[in-house]
Write a new protein. Structure first.
Length: 477
């Protein structure tokens, strides 16, 4: 072995980042005064003890070696940024030197404040800011991602009266919905991102519209919307993405027509979870077929007369992920890109789209001139997705809408003529992903009941129930 070289070969059980760093530093020239001064600066939380800002590059090494704690390192970075004008230096190290595990540990710490984080992120270019947020999400530093994304936003948002949101994404360090208050999503999916989410009221979202009505046949029900909650700690409160009921037929008229189809929904699922089908409309031979997940409209049949089909319940576009972590990561990437563009004023070269999710609309009822009219199909329920490191409690309402009732002209006109009832909407999907603790949940994902007809023989069928998927996900910080 040549002069000046040594071999460091710890046994396999000792071979880890800390043991290697400690072994390397036991040899000259690693034990230099710059390392000693860095450790002293961190331990005393005094960046003025540094010889130069370049010493900050070795922060991960002194942490992994066990010379300082994560708390000390995070507090030191906080002081360097807020008191010593080192935001640009820290941003440069995040972009080019520090690994995602070190940055994730720092951003997970309460000793690195939102003010300091926002100052650092403001110094990053759009590609580097996106690279940071993607790296945190893809390496399961979900809480660190939340702390980074919320740092640019208000410290607190409180809803004390009923309101309809004008934006689809709401980000704050703390979001509170007071008891008795209803927050209605102004778009088909709304996203709430906070370090602490406390909903003591109700959040409601509506999805794809149902089929428009004919003259006196029932309209299709509106699908339930989507609600996404991303938080470190959450009281989910009541999240309502129920499908709306199909409209009742009101009688008969001189008009005729086949029922219209409802509009299609969109769902995001984990492999193995299926979007439930809605119910079929009543009046065999002329019923509206079920969709995924809107209910079909009721048909209109008359002996020896033209008969008309109920409208189909709409189908949906479905995106599937291999695991809960894959689903959470993708959702976070889309929200992070939205934040960079709309809040931080940065323009990444390419973006992940927001995960708009919502239920399908029900099909409309049919009608025959002078005879009967069918009821509308129920709207399919929507979807709730929540990632919360600690979940306290929640009530998820994701039931399909009931089918509308069919109408008959009466026995004096045609005793055997009946409009079919609409099919019930399919139930919805509820994905609750937690990192550490999972609280008490009440979840309803039932399919909607089929609509009735006056003779009972042409009732619509019920929608199929949905799925409640509650699972722990890997979280590194």
């Amino acid at each position: 072995m040549g002069a000046g070289f040594s071999t460091v070969t710890p046994p396999p059980p000792q071979l880890n980042a800390t043991s290697v760093a400690q072994a390397v530093w036991s040899y000259s020239p690693r034990s230099l005064t710059d390392i000693q001064s860095l450790v002293a600066a961190i331990q005393n939380n005094d960046p003025s003890l540094l010889y130069t800002q370049a010493q900050l590059a070795d922060l991960p090494l002194v942490l992994y070696s066990g010379l300082v704690s994560a708390t000390q390192a995070a507090a030191f970075i906080n002081s360097a940024v807020l008191s010593y004008n080192m935001a640009n230096a820290v941003a440069g190290l995040i972009a080019t030197v520090w690994d995602v595990n070190f940055v994730g540990k720092m951003l997970s710490s309460p000793y690195l404040t939102s003010t300091a984080v926002a100052m650092v992120l403001a110094q990053l270019s759009a590609p580097d800011a996106q690279k940071l947020l993607y790296g945190l999400a893809q390496n399961y530093y979900y809480n660190a991602w939340i702390n980074a994304v919320t740092s640019f936003n208000p410290a607190s948002i409180t809803f004390s009266t009923n309101v309809t949101l004008s934006t689809n994404v709401l980000i704050a360090q703390n979001i509170t919905i007071a008891s008795g208050v209803t927050v209605t999503c102004g778009t088909r999916t709304c996203f709430f991102v906070a370090q602490s989410f406390n909903n003591y009221g109700t959040v409601v979202a509506y999805g794809a519209p149902g089929a428009p009505p004919l003259t006196q046949a029932g309209a299709g029900g509106t699908g339930g919307g989507g609600i996404v909650v991303v938080a470190i700690t959450a009281v989910l409160g009541t999240l309502n993405v129920n499908g709306s009921p199909g409209g009742n037929a009101t009688g008969y008229s001189g008009a005729t027509g086949t029922g219209h189809a409802g509009s299609a929904g969109t769902f995001y699922v984990v492999t193995g979870v299926a979007v439930p089908v809605g119910g079929t409309g009543g009046d065999v031979g002329y019923n509206g077929p079920a969709g995924y997940n809107g209910g079909g409209g009721g048909g209109s049949y008359a002996p020896n007369e033209p008969s008309y089909n109920g409208g189909p319940g709409s189908n949906a576009t479905v995106y599937s992920f291999s695991s809960p972590n894959a689903m959470v990561t993708y959702i976070l990437q889309g929200i992070g890109d939205w934040m960079l563009i709309n809040v931080a004023g940065k323009a990444p070269p390419s973006v992940t789209p927001l995960t708009f999710m919502y239920g399908s609309g029900g099909g409309g009822g049919a009608e025959s001139s002078g005879w009967q009219s069918g009821g509308g199909g129920g709207g399919g329920a929507g979807e709730v997705v929540a990632y919360c490191y600690n979940v306290v409690s929640g009530t998820i309402n994701a039931a399909g809408g009931s089918g509308g009732a069919g109408a008959s002209p009466g026995s004096s006109v045609c005793a055997s003529c009946y409009g079919g009832g609409g099919g019930g909407g399919g139930g919805g999907l509820a994905f609750i992903f937690y990192g550490a603790t999972s609280g008490n949940f009440t979840v309803s994902v039932a399919g909607g009941a089929g609509g009735t007809s006056t003779n009972g023989a042409t009732n619509g069928s019920a929608g199929v129930s949905g799925t409640a998927y509650i699972a722990a996900v890997a979280v590194n910080g």
